[in-house]
Design a protein around this ligand. Sequence first.
Ligand code: F6R
Length: 609
Amino acid sequence: MCGIVGYLGNKKATEVLVEGLSKLEYRGYDSAGVAVNTGDELSIRKFKGRLAVLSDDLEKSPIQGTLGIGHTRWATHGEPSDVNSHPHFNKDKSIAVVHNGIIENYMELKEELQKEGYEFLSQTDTEVIAHLVDKYYEGNLFDAVYNATKKLRGAYAIGAICKDNNNELVAVRKDSPLIVGLGEGENFIASDIPAILKYTKNVYFLENGEFVHIQNDTVTVLDENRNVVKKEINEITWDVESASKGGYEHFMLKEIYEQPNGVKETLVRRLDENGDIKLDDIKMTKKDLEKINKVYIIACGTAYHAGLVGKYAIEKFAKIPVTCDIASEFRYNDPFVDENTLVILVSQSGETADTLASLRYAKDKGARIMSVTNVVGSSIARESDDVFYTWAGPEVSVASTKAYTTQLVSFYMIALDFAIKKGSITKEYYHEMIEKLKQMPEKVTKALEQENYIKEDIAKSIKDKDNAFYLGRGLDYSIAMEGALKIKEISYIHAEAFAAGELKHGTIALIEKGIPVIAIATQDSLFEKMVSSMEEVRARGAYVIAVAKEKNKEVEKSADKVIYIPDVDDILSSILTVLPLQLLSYYAAIERGCDVDKPRNLAKSVTVE
Ligand code: F6R
């Protein structure tokens, strides 16, 4: 977790660093700090708490200097505190480092360094890096960082500066993200693109093991053997506006409203002039597909919930057996993965540590690797054989919304593409489904028109509840899981999702007067069965909020409140059903006074196991 940023140029470094960190707070926000070379010394400011604490301090007492590094932290080793905040420095404060990742052998290194007389101030793993760089420093910062990293095991993106040289910034990455921003007479390093977008759109994506050496206005990238690497400049097409709130009160609400466009972009960019799906980024041929006898979909959290829908779509359309598993479990379960297996990793950030580790595990076993991700050039994208990019645009809010719906669209497209290649569906049915997918952006817009009703009538009715249940059957059960996760993570209402048919096997004991039950009944084939489950919980006092298709008005007899979604085929309903659940979570969180975009204990990108 954590976000790092670094700057060398002509501007006031603290301004660039604080601006960059404000775009990285989604990666962690329990403390923030900067180190700036003033010409005479390294001036370090770091504080527990949100970035505002640091920026207030810098406003009251500015630091002059045009070279600096900054950090926003999500604690792994050591509690959030001033002393555990980054940057960390060596004994005489002549070297400062920021780090994102985890140093697995830090205890061993710490003991060795302590024996050599190094004193540790913090409980962090990062402090060993500062002392190691000090140990190897003989007047050349690059050499020192290079030699220090040889000792490190684990994941890291590191930025380092030293007092002796006001014109040098060194950085390196291994298994944690890092990009280089290339400006006019100024250069940047950062964990993610939004941090530097205000200043430049030109970036280098660093590969694992690559170092960047910025001296004055020259940027050199070197591989792990110190060979100079010729990097390609990538031009970022997002603008600063699309990475900021655009008039909405929270990123989450903005991102909810970006879904019609995200769904459209993900779809139409991949339709050719005949209306066929054209997956340029997926090199898998008909022959490759014939070899595949099973698929694993692996992901975490919301992305896992999208994978559950993906399983449903691939099995239904392409008739290939699919197992969907949680990334933190998958590789410890001895799964049946071989060269006839396709493993699809789903990840908004493309950096989730467990998902990345699952990718590598499956690759070692010879599987074909495909990923569905939102971040171009992310680790997961780069290490996959085939990548399907969701065109959601940057997702900043910790609670994932638009990434999820674009992941769903991706799965429908992948499933239809596989199916037509395998011949498991007819050309007519294929085109009929594509036509129906093309109607989805409009239906998404329509489903979002329920906002005010959800805000005033539904969110207010559950705001004081401690518990809620989400019920669904078939595809709706996967959406119930996503709905429950969303409300838990941002409103802190305890919520659980259950397959409605399982109720009588235990869960119904928890139903008591007034408990909200969100009953998802959008599958025509299972509608009557869902209505029976609603009656069962209502008879025991539950307050039933149903989500149903517009045409199924009879649902009103069995529910206290109904949220309608536009009529749609059962198989595609997931894209619409989740929308009212996102809005309900958002407004329940607002009613409860929660910090929607930055829920407690969470970070946007989980880059540690
Ligand atoms: C929930 C949420 C998380 C992520 C999960 C995976 O709203 O955002 O559950 O879905 O941490 O993250 P990615 O998709 O970046 O791999």
